[in-house]
Design a protein around this ligand. Structure first.
Ligand SMILES: Nc1ncnc2c1ncn2[C@@H]1O[C@H](COP(=O)(O)OP(=O)(O)O)[C@@H](O)[C@H]1O
Ligand SMILES: [Mg+2]
Length: 313
């Protein structure tokens, strides 16, 4: 297999929010890499810091500390306006709520063309319209709908508009922040399948954020599990899902309903004592237990996780 190239490196990222005397450690020393062309699924309950991680990567916040390296360059230290603009083109976001994220007073054409305008990617009104129509078709919408307004579309169609807006500037990397969780279950798969198809055709790399582990498993090559601002486990999607190491990952998996009613009736939720690991004051870092499969633990817990991994064999 050819050597995989890292497109993104997140190193010891911390994002703390201060509100008076209260500090929320939304992201607390998180490190992971994303390889070119892959989908990295970031999963965790609401409030675990997934959105903040995504937004920090895209420089929508200035990190409290840590580094974000994109294509070998620290994005905080990009030199000059040109490099900064290039990063803002290369890395795009698809938002969770397709109702809130599209300006209701703008036409679909103006929404999709925003990036084209900012980055001066079209030279005339005709070229702008043609490019928007092409993008509408790319995401499975009718090209004649460019002059309509967001409220004229369903949730799934709006998210397709959001995807077209992200694609307009030909990005390499997209943070998709729970792109389907606001949509009807019946259309979630369509939007995910569109994203997979676009990834194949355009060689995109995704950071796919979700709280639903079963969806992340379906789309991701690798998965990271977040809890209270910390990354607890990272590994190949099937390994994390079928052979989880961390108790928290096990508890998340036990929360996924099983389609078989017989099995579902017997399903038991595994409880996870959330601050067990915070109470003992041990220093925990990522340890590689199996090739590419990491868990956050202290040095003296490594043997335990090796046993957990061995128990699956
Ligand atoms: N801009 C902000 N200011 C203050 N606190 C924030 C801000 N954004 C997020 N938080 C807090 O940080 C934590 C993580 O939030 P978030 O990243 O949105 O989690 P998730 O996306 O996993 O639901 C939460 O406790 C949230 O309340
Ligand atoms: Mg979120």
């Amino acid at each position: 297999m050819a050597e995989k190239k890292k497109i993104l490196e997140v190193k010891h990222l911390k994002q703390y929010f201060k509100n008076g005397r209260v500090t929320t450690k939304a992201v607390d020393d998180v490190s992971f890499d994303i390889y070119e062309g892959e989908t990295f699924g970031l999963v965790g309950e609401s409030g675990s810091g997934k959105t903040t991680t995504g937004r920090s990567i895209l420089q929508l916040y200035k990190p409290t500390s840590g580094e974000v390296i994109f294509e070998g360059k620290n994005v905080e230290k990009l030199k000059g306006r040109e490099e900064q603009l290039q990063f803002r083109r290369d890395a795009q976001m698809i938002f969770q709520d397709p109702y809130a994220s599209l300006n209701p007073r703008m036409t679909v054409e103006d929404i999709i063309a925003e990036g084209l305008d900012i980055h001066h990617l079209v030279k005339s009104k005709e070229e702008r319209r043609a490019r928007v129509e092409e993008l509408l078709e790319t995401v499975g919408l009718n090209k004649n709908h460019a002059s309509r307004f967001p409220h004229e579309f369903s949730g799934g169609q709006r998210q397709r508009i959001g995807i077209a807006r992200a694609l307009a500037v030909k990005p390499k990397f997209i943070v998709a922040d729970e792109p389907i969780s606001a949509l009807d279950v019946s259309i979630q798969a369509q939007v995910v399948n569109l994203m997979i198809e676009l990834q194949k055709k355009q060689g995109l790399t995704y950071l796919f954020i979700a709280h639903d582990l079963s969806m992340v498993k379906f789309i991701s090559d690798r998965i990271g599990v977040m809890h209270f601002g910390k990354l607890l486990e990272v590994g190949p999607a099937d390994a994390v899902y079928d052979r989880p190491l961390h108790d928290y990952t096990k508890s998340l998996i036990s929360a996924v309903p099983v389609p078989d009613p017989e099995v579902e009736r017997k399903r038991q939720r595994i409880a996870y004592d959330a601050d067990k690991e915070e109470r003992d004051g041990k220093e925990r870092t990522m340890h590689e237990i199996r090739p590419g499969h990491f868990v956050r633990c202290s040095d003296d817990e490594v043997a335990h996780y090796q046993e957990v991994a061995a128990s699956y064999e």
